[in-house]
Design a protein around this ligand. Structure first.
Ligand SMILES: [Zn+2]
Length: 279
């Protein structure tokens, strides 16, 4: 039996078995975002996933261009200095660029390993939009969405193991296979909105325009209208997008009385110079 099948098996068994004892447990886990994992677990799982990515070049061809990687890293380093970032000393927030022009996406693992595809770099128009997208990914890591979802998926069973004090090897197996499980979990719409709000708040302390992720949404919607089999399929499958997300950013702009962006905030010239290194 594969790991995922056994996880599904435990979950099914757990729900049925624990119904009387922990009737409200699953709801509580799901609703209040409880996380049974530690910050160190996030770091460990992230390092595992990063290792997996680095050793799978057929799926993740890593761009070997320090000029481009360093440019993206400097954007992340600015975001990382926001007073709203809690885990800057715990998580590396290290950027890796994946050399795949056909994929318009970015993602972060738990524990703050950040990946961006060349397809996304070429799709957007300025450094501020890149900052908006990267700050969103950092938001997922800071909010610990990955291990929160793991808790929801496994929580009742872990609780059972802890309560019964048996089978520590099963817990070890969960931790050992975290990379596989995390790879199957998707962010919810609420996660997306939360990470968008984080993006806005993190950018407030940077030279970038706080609402910049909006440019990405707008461009994406235009593109989606043009073609059904667009390279955006990857982004939309991992980042559900709808009008609500744009509305959320517009509301933040209004609530914080954010002035319209100026050209120096958007940094389009810098960005074009960086893109020349990708041709
Ligand atoms: Zn997201």
């Amino acid at each position: 039996m594969g790991f995922l099948q056994s996880i599904t098996g435990w979950a099914r068994h757990g729900r049925w078995h624990l119904y009387g004892l922990f009737a409200s447990c699953a709801c509580v886990l799901a609703a209040c975002g409880l996380n049974l994992f530690s910050i160190d677990d996030d770091s460990r799982f992230g390092a595992q996933m990063d290792n997996e990515i680095r050793t799978t070049p057929s799926q993740y061809p890593i761009l070997n261009n320090e000029g481009v990687r360093g440019y993206v890293q400097r954007v992340v380093d600015r975001i990382k200095m926001s007073p709203k970032i809690k885990y800057r000393d715990k998580f590396p927030y290290k950027v890796t660029v994946i050399n795949d022009d056909r994929t318009i996406n970015a993602f972060a693992t738990p524990g703050g390993y950040v990946y961006v595809y060349t397809g996304l770099l070429k799709f957007i128009d300025n450094e501020s939009t890149l900052a908006g997208v990267l700050a969103h990914e950092i938001g997922h890591a800071e909010e610990r969405h990955g291990t929160k979802h793991m808790t929801t998926a496994l929580g009742a069973d872990i609780a059972m193991q802890v309560a019964l004090g048996n089978n520590p090897s099963q817990l070890a197996q969960i931790a050992g296979n975290a990379a596989v499980l995390l790879g199957t979990l998707k962010n919810s719409r609420d996660d997306e909105l939360e990470a968008d709000t984080d993006s806005f708040l993190y950018l407030q302390s940077t030279p970038y325009w706080p609402g910049s992720i909006k440019y990405f949404f707008e461009k994406m919607l235009q593109q989606q209208g043009r073609s059904s089999s667009s390279p955006l399929a990857e982004w939309t499958s991992t980042h559900p997008t709808d009008q609500k997300r744009t509305d959320n950013v517009n509301k933040l702009l209004k609530d914080y009385q954010t002035p319209a962006p100026t050209a120096p905030m958007l940094m389009a010239d810098n960005y074009r110079s960086m893109l020349r290194q990708l041709r």
